[in-house]
Design a protein around this ligand. Structure first.
Ligand code: C2O
Ligand code: CU
Length: 482
């Protein structure tokens, strides 16, 4: 069985010792797409909705006949979908049964720093961590994943990730398909590679990190999704460590992008390509015809002025998921022409500059004991972010959803005009991001901002921000070095 896998896992050796494996697309897409189950929860007497997540060891067959050791939440790989509504108080009991410390970060969530699940909230083996917070933001497709200091790449690569969907009962019905697992389907796309023993392999990735030959949708290669309605909403998450995808359909049909990281776009954006760098999400509505089969494909992404050698393997074209439409499709409502109204951007009172280069931001690597930005509660800030390298980075900020004001002075494309928490940084361009730190002052606990190419993050391309009361100073609790 391992011999069969060896064909698949042998990477091609490319220049500079960088091992690049071309994507190995299965011949048939015959595996039903697993839809992550909705996590059970119970609502206590005080109204708190409590979920439970257990990080555990398991095995997964990415390749027939090869059992690869993986990690998952409540299972062998990935995790259940958490779902809650705006205004609800939620709590999660996070239990760690892994042989090492991990953490669980709620990516895209507006919440107190002590609940954020970053490197300052490790969960030791055998321990349980119980964060609680009030959901206080618009409906969105968020996700959760580990964020242990220096170990995030490996923990996500091993399989620890899941969706966290937020609903807003007060929002208008804008005609989006919303039956979970039927016409509203979360799809996390990830790439991995295996070594000759069938173990996950993170070696030899070069400047970007590993670009793997095995691309999965919800953990499965060659998956299909049966469509039973005229329109299907896909909540796409790039849960990969390094790879950027430009999703489209094999026949180049137009889809409607209706949401970005932080929620609905003002109006649906008709498009044939949806580009997502690691950590980004997009919701798209695709229309299918009775009986047809069409594949969701990743086309070469537009990475900007990247030096070719750095983008080795990043420009592959490959299929990710097949849509199989039933002969009889239930009618879907039309998508409304207006989805939401974004709050006007407040005038920023503070401007900061962040230059990303190599593994440093403004010339410094991540230090758990250094505060890089002290932000006053209530402040609206303008962050000028630049990628000084000629290879890809992106930029993620915890706690807030920001807006891309402009890119080199030009208005962002419509897909980047809504609420974002992660944005791709083309080399040598300036991204001006506006964000408001409304509440959650806690002088003792930092939030992170960083590149979400996880090798870069782990190697130091990360900084810390602390939100204080106006006029206050940051006084982070000393970090205990293991
Ligand atoms: Cu998705 Cu700081 O992480
Ligand atoms: Cu980076």
């Amino acid at each position: 069985a391992v011999a069969a896998a060896a064909l698949v896992v042998a990477g091609l050796s490319a220049c500079g010792g960088v091992s690049v494996s071309p994507v190995d697309v299965p011949e048939t897409f015959d595996a039903p797409l697993p839809v992550p189950p909705l996590a059970p929860s119970h609502v206590g007497a005080d109204g708190t909705r409590t979920f439970r997540l257990t990080a555990q060891e398991g095995t997964t067959r990415f390749v027939p006949g090869v059992d690869t050791p993986t990690w998952g939440f409540d299972g062998d790989l990935l995790g259940p979908t958490l779902r809650a509504s705006r205004g609800e108080q939620v709590a999660v009991e996070v239990r760690n049964t892994l042989p090492e410390a991990t953490s669980v970060h709620w990516h895209g969530m507006h919440l107190p720093a002590a609940m954020d699940g970053g490197p300052h909230q490790p969960v030791e083996p055998g321990a349980t961590w119980r964060p609680t917070w009030r959901i206080d933001q618009p409906a969105a497709t968020l996700w959760y994943h580990p964020h242990p200091h220096g170990r995030t790449e490996e923990h996500i690569y091993r399989g620890l990730a899941g969706f966290f969907l937020l609903d807003d009962p007060a929002a208008a019905d804008v005609g989006l398909p919303d039956e979970y697992g039927v016409d509203d389907v979360p799809v996390v796309v990830q790439d991995r590679k295996l070594d000759a023993d069938g173990d996950l392999d993170l070696s030899g990735g070069g400047e970007l990190g590993v670009l793997g030959s095995l691309v999965t949708a919800n953990g499965v290669r060659g998956a299909y999704l049966e469509a039973t309605t005229q329109r299907v909403r896909l909540r796409l998450l790039n849960g990969s460590t390094a790879r950027t995808y430009a999703f489209g359909f094999a026949d180049d049909r137009e889809v409607l992008q209706v949401a970005s990281d932080g929620g609905l776009l003002p109006e649906p954006v008709p498009t044939t390509r949806v580009q997502l760098s690691p950590g980004e999400r997009a919701e798209v509505v695709v229309t299918v015809a009775p009986g047809e089969r069409v594949r969701l494909r990743s086309y070469p992404p537009d990475l900007g002025r990247v030096v070719a050698g750095y983008a080795m393997g990043a420009n592959d074209t490959f299929d990710v998921l097949e849509l199989r439409a039933a002969q009889d499709l239930a009618p879907s409502p039309p998508v409304a022409a207006t989805l939401t109204t974004l709050e006007p951007l407040p005038e920023a009172t503070v401007t900061r500059t962040f230059d990303l280069q190599g593994r440093q931001i403004n010339g410094r690597r991540m230090d758990m004991d250094r505060v890089d930005a002290t932000v006053e509660k209530g402040a609206t800030e303008l962050w000028e972010v630049r990628n000084l390298d000629l290879f890809p980075h992106n930029f993620h900020v915890h706690d807030v959803q920001f807006r891309v004001l402009d890119i080199d002075g030009e208005a962002p494309p419509p897909a980047l005009a809504g609420a974002k928490d992660t944005v791709y940084l083309e080399p040598r361009r300036t991204y001006r991001l506006v964000m408001r730190f409304e509440d959650h002052a806690d002088p003792t606990t930092p939030y992170m901002f960083h590149c979400h190419l996880l090798l870069h993050e782990d190697e130091g391309l990360m900084g810390q921000l602390v939100v204080v009361e106006p006029g206050g100073t940051a006084s982070p609790a000393p970090h205990h070095h293991p």
